[in-house]
Design a protein around this ligand. Structure first.
Ligand SMILES: [Zn+2]
Length: 285
Protein backbone atom coordinates (compact mmCIF):
# COMPACT_ATOMS: atom_id res chain seq x y z
CA UNK A 1 0.00 0.00 0.00
CA UNK A 2 1.41 3.41 -0.81
CA UNK A 3 2.20 5.19 2.41
CA UNK A 4 2.91 8.87 2.64
CA UNK A 5 6.49 8.71 1.28
CA UNK A 6 5.27 6.92 -1.84
CA UNK A 7 2.43 9.40 -2.28
CA UNK A 8 5.01 12.17 -2.05
CA UNK A 9 6.96 10.58 -4.91
CA UNK A 10 3.75 10.66 -6.95
CA UNK A 11 3.21 14.32 -6.05
CA UNK A 12 6.76 15.22 -7.06
CA UNK A 13 6.34 13.35 -10.31
CA UNK A 14 3.23 15.38 -11.15
CA UNK A 15 4.94 18.61 -10.05
CA UNK A 16 8.03 17.85 -12.15
CA UNK A 17 6.44 16.45 -15.29
CA UNK A 18 2.72 17.14 -15.57
CA UNK A 19 2.21 20.81 -14.74
CA UNK A 20 1.59 23.37 -17.45
CA UNK A 21 0.49 20.86 -20.06
CA UNK A 22 -2.87 21.58 -21.70
CA UNK A 23 -5.45 18.83 -21.16
CA UNK A 24 -7.17 17.88 -24.40
CA UNK A 25 -8.77 14.60 -23.39
CA UNK A 26 -9.97 12.88 -20.21
CA UNK A 27 -10.85 9.19 -19.81
CA UNK A 28 -13.19 9.18 -16.82
CA UNK A 29 -15.26 6.18 -17.85
CA UNK A 30 -14.48 4.18 -14.68
CA UNK A 31 -17.58 4.97 -12.63
CA UNK A 32 -16.17 3.20 -9.54
CA UNK A 33 -12.88 5.08 -9.35
CA UNK A 34 -14.61 8.35 -10.26
CA UNK A 35 -17.71 7.83 -8.11
CA UNK A 36 -20.05 9.63 -7.54
CA UNK A 37 -19.29 11.47 -10.78
CA UNK A 38 -20.80 10.27 -14.05
CA UNK A 39 -18.66 9.62 -17.12
CA UNK A 40 -18.04 12.92 -18.85
CA UNK A 41 -18.24 15.12 -15.73
CA UNK A 42 -14.49 15.09 -15.13
CA UNK A 43 -13.89 15.47 -18.87
CA UNK A 44 -16.15 18.52 -19.02
CA UNK A 45 -14.57 19.99 -15.88
CA UNK A 46 -10.94 19.52 -16.94
CA UNK A 47 -10.68 19.67 -20.72
CA UNK A 48 -8.84 22.80 -21.86
CA UNK A 49 -7.25 23.38 -18.46
CA UNK A 50 -3.74 22.66 -17.17
CA UNK A 51 -2.59 21.23 -13.86
CA UNK A 52 -0.76 24.15 -12.26
CA UNK A 53 0.21 22.91 -8.77
CA UNK A 54 0.39 19.54 -7.01
CA UNK A 55 -0.21 19.29 -3.26
CA UNK A 56 -0.22 16.53 -0.67
CA UNK A 57 -1.45 16.20 2.88
CA UNK A 58 -1.01 12.77 4.38
CA UNK A 59 -1.94 10.31 1.67
CA UNK A 60 -4.27 12.76 -0.10
CA UNK A 61 -3.01 14.26 -3.33
CA UNK A 62 -4.65 17.11 -5.19
CA UNK A 63 -3.92 19.40 -8.10
CA UNK A 64 -4.97 22.95 -8.83
CA UNK A 65 -6.10 23.62 -12.37
CA UNK A 66 -5.90 26.66 -14.59
CA UNK A 67 -8.54 28.49 -16.57
CA UNK A 68 -9.59 26.96 -19.87
CA UNK A 69 -7.48 29.35 -21.94
CA UNK A 70 -4.46 31.58 -21.36
CA UNK A 71 -6.83 34.55 -21.30
CA UNK A 72 -9.09 32.96 -18.68
CA UNK A 73 -8.18 34.41 -15.27
CA UNK A 74 -10.39 32.06 -13.25
CA UNK A 75 -8.90 28.93 -11.78
CA UNK A 76 -10.53 25.59 -12.46
CA UNK A 77 -11.69 22.92 -10.02
CA UNK A 78 -9.38 20.96 -7.72
CA UNK A 79 -8.57 17.48 -8.99
CA UNK A 80 -8.29 15.02 -6.09
CA UNK A 81 -6.27 11.82 -6.55
CA UNK A 82 -6.17 9.02 -3.98
CA UNK A 83 -3.82 6.15 -4.79
CA UNK A 84 -5.79 3.62 -2.72
CA UNK A 85 -4.02 0.35 -1.97
CA UNK A 86 -1.77 -0.04 -5.00
CA UNK A 87 -2.18 2.98 -7.25
CA UNK A 88 0.65 4.63 -9.16
CA UNK A 89 0.81 7.79 -11.20
CA UNK A 90 2.30 7.25 -14.64
CA UNK A 91 3.30 10.33 -16.62
CA UNK A 92 4.37 10.12 -20.24
CA UNK A 93 6.62 13.02 -21.18
CA UNK A 94 6.57 14.89 -24.46
CA UNK A 95 9.32 12.68 -25.82
CA UNK A 96 7.53 9.47 -24.86
CA UNK A 97 9.65 8.84 -21.75
CA UNK A 98 7.54 7.20 -19.03
CA UNK A 99 7.96 7.94 -15.33
CA UNK A 100 6.08 6.48 -12.38
CA UNK A 101 5.44 7.46 -8.79
CA UNK A 102 3.39 5.96 -6.00
CA UNK A 103 3.19 2.36 -4.88
CA UNK A 104 6.60 0.79 -5.50
CA UNK A 105 6.55 -1.44 -8.57
CA UNK A 106 8.06 -4.89 -8.41
CA UNK A 107 5.98 -6.62 -5.78
CA UNK A 108 3.33 -7.22 -8.41
CA UNK A 109 5.64 -6.93 -11.38
CA UNK A 110 3.41 -7.94 -14.22
CA UNK A 111 2.89 -6.42 -17.61
CA UNK A 112 0.79 -3.31 -17.35
CA UNK A 113 -2.60 -3.83 -18.90
CA UNK A 114 -4.34 -0.87 -20.48
CA UNK A 115 -7.53 -1.50 -18.51
CA UNK A 116 -5.59 -0.94 -15.27
CA UNK A 117 -5.27 2.73 -16.22
CA UNK A 118 -8.36 3.81 -14.30
CA UNK A 119 -8.24 7.51 -15.16
CA UNK A 120 -6.26 9.32 -17.83
CA UNK A 121 -5.52 12.89 -18.82
CA UNK A 122 -4.35 13.33 -22.41
CA UNK A 123 -2.13 16.36 -23.00
CA UNK A 124 -1.98 18.54 -26.11
CA UNK A 125 1.70 17.59 -26.59
CA UNK A 126 0.78 13.92 -27.01
CA UNK A 127 1.81 12.79 -23.51
CA UNK A 128 -0.51 11.67 -20.75
CA UNK A 129 -1.00 11.20 -17.03
CA UNK A 130 -2.66 7.99 -15.83
CA UNK A 131 -3.77 6.57 -12.51
CA UNK A 132 -2.53 2.99 -12.86
CA UNK A 133 -4.36 0.90 -10.29
CA UNK A 134 -4.59 -2.83 -10.72
CA UNK A 135 -6.74 -3.30 -7.63
CA UNK A 136 -9.05 -0.39 -8.50
CA UNK A 137 -9.10 1.05 -4.99
CA UNK A 138 -7.87 4.49 -5.97
CA UNK A 139 -10.20 7.41 -6.28
CA UNK A 140 -10.52 10.51 -8.44
CA UNK A 141 -12.54 13.43 -7.08
CA UNK A 142 -13.42 17.00 -7.92
CA UNK A 143 -12.90 19.52 -5.13
CA UNK A 144 -12.12 16.93 -2.40
CA UNK A 145 -12.62 17.84 1.26
CA UNK A 146 -9.05 18.45 2.37
CA UNK A 147 -10.16 20.11 5.62
CA UNK A 148 -11.29 16.73 6.98
CA UNK A 149 -7.62 15.80 7.34
CA UNK A 150 -5.40 16.72 10.25
CA UNK A 151 -2.03 18.41 9.74
CA UNK A 152 0.45 16.52 7.60
CA UNK A 153 2.72 14.23 9.62
CA UNK A 154 5.77 16.00 8.18
CA UNK A 155 4.52 19.41 9.30
CA UNK A 156 3.08 18.67 12.73
CA UNK A 157 4.88 20.49 15.56
CA UNK A 158 5.82 18.85 18.90
CA UNK A 159 3.13 20.82 20.72
CA UNK A 160 0.49 19.97 18.11
CA UNK A 161 1.52 16.33 18.26
CA UNK A 162 1.25 16.17 22.05
CA UNK A 163 -2.20 17.75 21.95
CA UNK A 164 -3.44 15.47 19.16
CA UNK A 165 -1.96 12.25 20.47
CA UNK A 166 -2.86 12.25 24.15
CA UNK A 167 -6.59 13.11 24.36
CA UNK A 168 -9.11 10.33 25.01
CA UNK A 169 -8.72 6.65 25.79
CA UNK A 170 -8.22 5.12 22.34
CA UNK A 171 -5.22 2.84 21.68
CA UNK A 172 -2.17 4.85 20.66
CA UNK A 173 -1.81 2.91 17.42
CA UNK A 174 -5.40 3.73 16.43
CA UNK A 175 -4.74 7.39 17.17
CA UNK A 176 -1.60 7.41 15.01
CA UNK A 177 -3.69 5.97 12.15
CA UNK A 178 -6.52 8.53 12.55
CA UNK A 179 -6.07 10.71 9.46
CA UNK A 180 -8.36 13.40 10.88
CA UNK A 181 -5.85 13.93 13.70
CA UNK A 182 -2.51 13.53 11.88
CA UNK A 183 -2.54 12.86 8.15
CA UNK A 184 -0.11 10.45 6.59
CA UNK A 185 0.69 7.62 9.01
CA UNK A 186 -0.24 4.22 7.64
CA UNK A 187 -0.08 0.78 9.22
CA UNK A 188 3.61 0.02 8.60
CA UNK A 189 4.79 3.48 9.61
CA UNK A 190 2.72 3.28 12.81
CA UNK A 191 4.29 -0.05 13.81
CA UNK A 192 7.75 1.33 13.06
CA UNK A 193 7.14 4.51 15.09
CA UNK A 194 5.75 2.60 18.10
CA UNK A 195 8.64 0.13 17.98
CA UNK A 196 11.27 2.88 17.78
CA UNK A 197 9.64 4.69 20.70
CA UNK A 198 9.21 1.40 22.66
CA UNK A 199 5.52 2.11 23.26
CA UNK A 200 3.03 -0.81 23.43
CA UNK A 201 0.56 -0.31 20.54
CA UNK A 202 -2.60 -0.86 22.62
CA UNK A 203 -1.69 1.70 25.29
CA UNK A 204 -4.64 4.04 25.90
CA UNK A 205 -3.48 7.50 24.86
CA UNK A 206 -4.37 9.06 28.20
CA UNK A 207 -1.67 6.87 29.76
CA UNK A 208 1.00 8.55 27.68
CA UNK A 209 3.08 10.97 29.67
CA UNK A 210 4.75 13.96 28.13
CA UNK A 211 8.05 12.07 27.82
CA UNK A 212 6.27 9.25 25.98
CA UNK A 213 4.58 11.67 23.58
CA UNK A 214 7.90 13.39 22.93
CA UNK A 215 9.60 10.05 22.30
CA UNK A 216 6.85 9.15 19.84
CA UNK A 217 7.28 12.51 18.13
CA UNK A 218 11.03 11.98 17.73
CA UNK A 219 10.36 8.48 16.36
CA UNK A 220 7.80 9.94 13.92
CA UNK A 221 10.34 12.47 12.64
CA UNK A 222 13.09 9.91 12.30
CA UNK A 223 10.90 7.24 10.65
CA UNK A 224 9.50 9.72 8.15
CA UNK A 225 12.92 11.20 7.40
CA UNK A 226 14.43 7.83 6.57
CA UNK A 227 11.36 6.68 4.63
CA UNK A 228 11.43 9.88 2.54
CA UNK A 229 15.20 9.56 2.03
CA UNK A 230 14.67 6.08 0.62
CA UNK A 231 12.66 7.76 -2.12
CA UNK A 232 9.39 6.35 -0.93
CA UNK A 233 10.03 3.42 1.32
CA UNK A 234 7.64 2.77 4.16
CA UNK A 235 8.69 -0.81 3.54
CA UNK A 236 12.29 -0.17 4.53
CA UNK A 237 11.88 0.55 8.26
CA UNK A 238 14.06 -1.31 10.76
CA UNK A 239 11.28 -3.50 12.15
CA UNK A 240 9.32 -4.11 8.94
CA UNK A 241 11.21 -7.30 8.04
CA UNK A 242 10.46 -8.69 11.51
CA UNK A 243 6.69 -8.39 10.98
CA UNK A 244 6.26 -12.13 10.38
CA UNK A 245 5.71 -15.32 12.38
CA UNK A 246 8.99 -16.26 14.06
CA UNK A 247 10.33 -12.73 13.61
CA UNK A 248 12.58 -11.36 16.32
CA UNK A 249 13.14 -7.80 17.44
CA UNK A 250 16.10 -6.35 15.50
CA UNK A 251 17.11 -4.36 18.60
CA UNK A 252 16.84 -6.81 21.52
CA UNK A 253 16.24 -10.18 19.87
CA UNK A 254 12.99 -10.93 21.71
CA UNK A 255 10.07 -12.56 19.93
CA UNK A 256 7.78 -10.29 17.92
CA UNK A 257 4.11 -10.57 18.85
CA UNK A 258 1.15 -10.15 16.51
CA UNK A 259 -2.38 -8.98 17.12
CA UNK A 260 -5.07 -6.61 15.91
CA UNK A 261 -4.92 -3.09 17.28
CA UNK A 262 -7.11 -0.29 16.00
CA UNK A 263 -8.56 -2.79 13.52
CA UNK A 264 -5.19 -3.33 11.85
CA UNK A 265 -2.61 -6.10 11.79
CA UNK A 266 0.04 -5.10 14.33
CA UNK A 267 3.46 -6.41 15.33
CA UNK A 268 5.40 -5.42 18.42
CA UNK A 269 8.40 -6.51 20.50
CA UNK A 270 7.34 -8.85 23.33
CA UNK A 271 10.00 -7.41 25.65
CA UNK A 272 10.42 -3.71 24.91
CA UNK A 273 6.77 -3.09 24.00
CA UNK A 274 5.16 -5.32 26.63
CA UNK A 275 1.85 -3.87 27.82
CA UNK A 276 2.40 -1.32 30.54
CA UNK A 277 1.17 -2.46 33.98
CA UNK A 278 -2.20 -1.13 35.02
CA UNK A 279 -2.08 1.80 37.35
CA UNK A 280 -3.45 0.80 40.72
CA UNK A 281 -6.36 2.95 41.75
CA UNK A 282 -6.29 4.05 45.37
CA UNK A 283 -9.03 2.05 47.16
CA UNK A 284 -10.26 5.10 49.01
CA UNK A 285 -9.19 8.53 49.85
ZN1 LIG B 1 12.94 -5.51 21.35
Amino acid sequence: MPEMPEVETARRLIADLALGRRIVGVDDADTFVCRPLSPGQLRDALTGRMLIAAHRRGKALWCETSGVADSDPDLGPILGIHLGMSGRIVVTARDGWVAEGGDPPGRDAQPRKAQWDRFTLEFADGGRLALFDKRRLGRIQLNPDIDALGPDALDVTPAQFRALITKGTIAVKARLLDQSKIAGIGNLLADEILWQAKVPPATPVNRLQRKDADRLYRALRSVLASAMAEGGGAHTGDVIAARRPGGTCPRCGAEMLHGTVGGRSTWWCSREQAAWPRTTEPASR
